[in-house]
Write a protein that binds this ligand. Structure first.
Ligand SMILES: [Zn+2]
Length: 475
């Protein structure tokens, strides 16, 4: 009797494993079949290279792609013309796949292994053309699986504009667009493959504008009050403050307007500040002190000052319950294999970065799983991660050794190297999502971990407050 029961249990288990392998194989197959058309979409978005909140064509192309696959589109969400949600299916669970598509200003580059501008105003130095495209591909693969198998559940693609400094997702979170989501997934282009628990710095940014009085700088300087003096005095105070902030805090600024001519006392000057730390409480405190420095600078220089909060993001809350699943799926997908042409390209890129030769191992292999990710940058995915269990991965879309926001990143992103790396992400996202559709208990476990990490007394308060989306921050 017992042995018959064990036999039955064994066959049941085996058939479940075989079914899972069959599902995974089918998903990988359909994604491979679509790879060339996704490459075209990514290439098109790479060429357009539209900056934050200006991604009209890029957003429209992704919407069209998802709509043709049977997704329902809600566009212009959260008061942002280029933000949208594409949805397929119904009911529990709701799995969100995030996509971005904004480019960076001042870093136009051709898809060649030497520095040469493509002539545009911006470039995809963070690979968001791949980000948006691969996430769409993953959502479509999940949709196909849902419709083929008749499984219940909802897959959503979140079209998230202006990640680079515009905090697009924060407005979408604030609007409540993630309130009914069970799990959110994202990825990011990189020079390596890894699905370890991520980390990111909380960030708050703002533009400080000083207003002075113009006068002839030699003829009647006593009549003038320099707005640039206001900016410089403020920077002086903030630079002194660096000695008295918690370790690992980051404060950076650029002077975006400092006057036009030395012989005219500038009546307007502007400085754009970021403050970061891995705790948002620290960031909020530092930013308040930066505001005090600006007020003091205005007082001392006889100018007036106002400021505008531009962005603000939470740090990233990891979810190890689900992150581990994503790592296993990434391992099953495997890394990127370069062909001969790509190797030649990679070798030239590596040399331009100061390496003697290219080491392709981080593109080919998957980084070991780690639970204590280090934070270097910031992302508005942070705010999503405080609303729902959120997991992510990196894939090797750039030549190993390439830093983000470099011309080398733009270059590789415009070639088959970027396109291959992006499909690793699309596959991993799709396999992970399908695994969760089949294992609801994992989703429930991840929610327990999420509640514990977030704390029971948490209430969401966006760092950028109640301001309207900064739709013109790149204009
Ligand atoms: Zn990015």
């Amino acid at each position: 009797m017992l042995s018959r029961f064990l036999n039955t249990a064994f066959f049941l288990m085996m058939s479940l494993i075989l079914q899972a392998q069959k599902d995974d194989a089918q998903i990988l197959e359909t994604l491979d079949a679509g790879a060339s058309s996704y490459a075209e979409i990514a290439q098109q978005i790479w060429e357009w290279a539209e900056m934050g909140y200006l991604e009209e064509k890029s957003s429209a192309l992704l919407q069209k792609t998802l709509q043709e696959e049977g997704f329902t589109i809600e566009t212009g969400v959260a008061g942002i013309p280029t933000a949208f949600i594409a949805e397929y299916g119904s009911g529990y669970p709701v799995i969100a796949i995030l996509g971005e598509y904004d480019a960076l200003p001042g870093i136009s580059q051709q898809a060649i292994p030497e520095k040469k501008t493509a002539g545009g105003a911006a470039g995809h130095a963070c690979g968001h053309h791949l980000f948006g495209t691969a996430s769409s591909a993953a959502a479509i693969a999940v949709k196909n699986w849902l419709s083929d198998t008749g499984n219940r559940g909802t897959v959503r693609f979140y079209g998230c504009p202006a990640e680079e400094g515009g905090s697009g997702k924060v407005y979408m979170v604030r609007e409540g667009l993630f309130n009914d989501v069970d799990v959110a997934m994202h990825w990011h282009p990189s020079a390596r493959n890894g699905a370890s628990a991520g980390a990111a710095l909380a960030n708050k940014s703002g533009k400080f504008r000083f207003y002075g009085i113009s006068a002839h700088a030699a003829g009647s300087p006593e009549k003038g009050r320099s707005a640039l003096d206001g900016v410089e005095a403020m920077n002086m105070m903030v630079n002194m403050m660096r000695e008295h902030v918690p370790e690992k805090a980051r404060i950076h600024y650029v002077i975006t307007e400092g006057g036009k001519a030395p012989n005219v006392v500038p009546n307007f000057a502007e400085v754009y500040y970021y403050a970061r730390h891995n705790s948002r409480e620290v960031v909020i405190d530092i930013f308040d002190r930066i505001i005090k420095a600006a007020e003091g600078a205005a007082l001392g220089t006889g100018t007036t000052m106002d400021f505008e909060i531009i962005g603000g993001t939470h740090e990233l809350l990891p979810n190890l319950t689900l992150q581990k699943v994503m790592h296993e799926k990434l391992q099953s997908v495997g890394g990127v294999t370069y062909d001969e042409t790509e190797k030649v390209f990679a070798d030239k890129i590596a040399k331009s970065l100061g390496y003697e030769t290219v080491d392709l191992s981080t593109a080919q292999n998957i980084a070991p799983y780690e639970t204590n990710g280090k934070a270097y940058g910031s992302t508005d995915v942070g705010d999503v991660s405080f609303l729902v269990p959120t997991i992510g991965l990196n894939t090797a879309t750039w030549v190993p050794g390439t830093p983000a926001h470099s011309w080398q990143a733009v270059a590789a992103g415009g070639t088959s190297i970027g396109q291959k790396g992006m499909m690793v992400a699309a596959k991993t996202l799709a396999l992970t999502a399908v695994h969760l559709f089949k294992n609801h208990q994992l989703i429930e476990q991840s929610k327990e971990e999420f509640e514990e990490r977030r704390g029971t007394d948490f209430t969401y308060a966006p760092l950028l407050g109640d301001r309207e989306p900064a739709l013109d921050y790149r204009k």
